[in-house]
Design a binder for this molecule. Structure first.
Ligand SMILES: [Fe+2]
Length: 387
């Protein structure tokens, strides 16, 4: 089967054909039915009461929300001139520990919401270097939503996801939510699939895809639902020099059309019309100068200028290479009050849908957009001289 065809949504979706609750603004006779916005609320699906720890962050899907196409904005790379000693981010008493040599760190003793501008700059650099960092014991879930969003906006313009649910009044928050003792959605998925692993870089189809990205935990299963990350820098580094050289100069098409159609087909929202964009297959990070593969099975469809079979074969190789690279992947286990921060430009990630207990998994993503992906010329890495 063609690897360039999306097999899975970004997350197994939570849109369903369950009841849709109309917003009653005026008596029905005063307004044509087709113009009435419809909103579905998770809390209504749970019968009006919930055991969610943070019910204010449960998703709603508002069919009345429509946003125009995104326009270009000027992005500031805060990691570029950050102090590499991280003295404002990791003060005395904090602790940082690597999860693996090439990707992933865990930090304790730091409160993200209290960081100075210098500390935020250093956060951008640290995350660019380590690719993903789990910060434990954070207060993000308990501070006002506006404060979370103000914090996130330092790193770029908030992305409003075209097909996700969000808390009322905060469309910028992308809610990840799964709950249900019957597990019917998961059961029906696994009736036809062997695994739900779905590597992707969030909304890579945008002209300016996200960079430093934050995910805050509200509820999680006691065990299960870890998030997997792979380093696209190390995935690039592992390739042979001839293949690296060949990939330079090539662009790939990233598409949001299938995601939008997937949502439409299930009665979900499409808040902004889908787009396609071409991005370099090898992109260079503006702060670290590292080169990274920038293709992912979630959204990358074809390679510009190659014939169909060539494009499919090369993408199939790259997707397989990224997905099987357990030696450049990290697995983040969630815990209460954890905020995971990753650089979406140099990583791919996947949820693991491995718990069948019906326990709630509930998180909110803050997704600042970043630079237009660019590449720098190929530079040959010389083999070390053997003594
Ligand atoms: Fe994602």
């Amino acid at each position: 089967m063609a690897p360039s065809v999306q097999q899975l949504p970004e997350e197994i979706p939570v849109v369903s054909s369950e009841k849709i609750v109309p917003i009653v603004e005026k008596p029905a006779e005063e307004k044509p039915a087709e113009e009435t916005p419809k909103v579905k609320r998770q809390i209504d699906l749970e019968g009006g009461k919930t055991d969610a720890k943070y019910p204010q962050y449960l998703p709603t899907w508002n069919h009345g929300q429509k946003y125009p196409p995104l326009e270009k904005f000027d992005y500031i790379e805060h990691g570029k001139d950050a102090d590499p000693t991280f003295k404002d981010l990791l003060p005395e008493g904090s602790k940082i520990q690597k999860l693996t040599p090439s990707i992933g760190s865990e930090v304790t003793g730091v409160q993200l919401s209290k960081l100075s501008a210098a500390g935020r700059d250093q956060l951008a650099l640290l995350v660019a270097q380590r690719k993903v960092v789990a910060f434990r014991d954070q207060d993000f879930a308990d501070i006002p939503t506006k404060e979370q969003l103000d914090f996130g906006s330092y790193f770029g313009r908030h992305h409003i996801h075209p097909t996700s649910g969000s808390p009322e009044g905060y469309p910028e928050l992308h809610i990840v939510h799964r709950y249900g003792p019957t597990g019917s959605e998961i059961d029906s998925f696994f009736a036809n699939r062997t695994s739900a692993v779905s590597w992707h870089s969030d909304v890579s189809y945008e002209a300016q895809p996200p960079g430093v990205t934050f995910l805050t935990l509200f509820d999680s299963p006691e065990v299960g639902g870890d998030t997997l990350f792979a380093s696209q820098v190390e995935a690039y580094n592992r390739l042979s020099e001839p293949l690296k050289e060949r990939l330079h100069g090539l662009k790939a098409v990233h598409s949001g059309f299938e995601q939008a159609q997937f949502s439409r087909d299930r009665g979900g929202v499409v808040r902004r019309e889908p787009v396609k964009n071409e991005h370099p297959i090898v992109r260079t990070h503006p702060a670290t100068g590292e080169k990274a593969l920038y293709v992912n099975p979630g959204f990358t469809r074809s390679i510009v200028g190659l014939k169909k079979e060539e494009s499919e074969a090369l993408l199939a190789f790259l997707f397989n290479h990224i997905g099987r690279g357990v030696d450049y992947q990290a697995r983040v286990r969630w815990a209460p009050k954890t905020v995971v921060v990753w650089d979406n430009r140099v990583t791919v990630h996947s949820a693991t849908t491995d718990w069948r207990t019906g326990e709630r998994r509930h998180l909110a993503r803050i997704t600042p957009q970043a630079d237009v992906p660019t590449e720098t010329p190929y530079v040959k890495v010389e083999e070390p001289v053997k003594a």
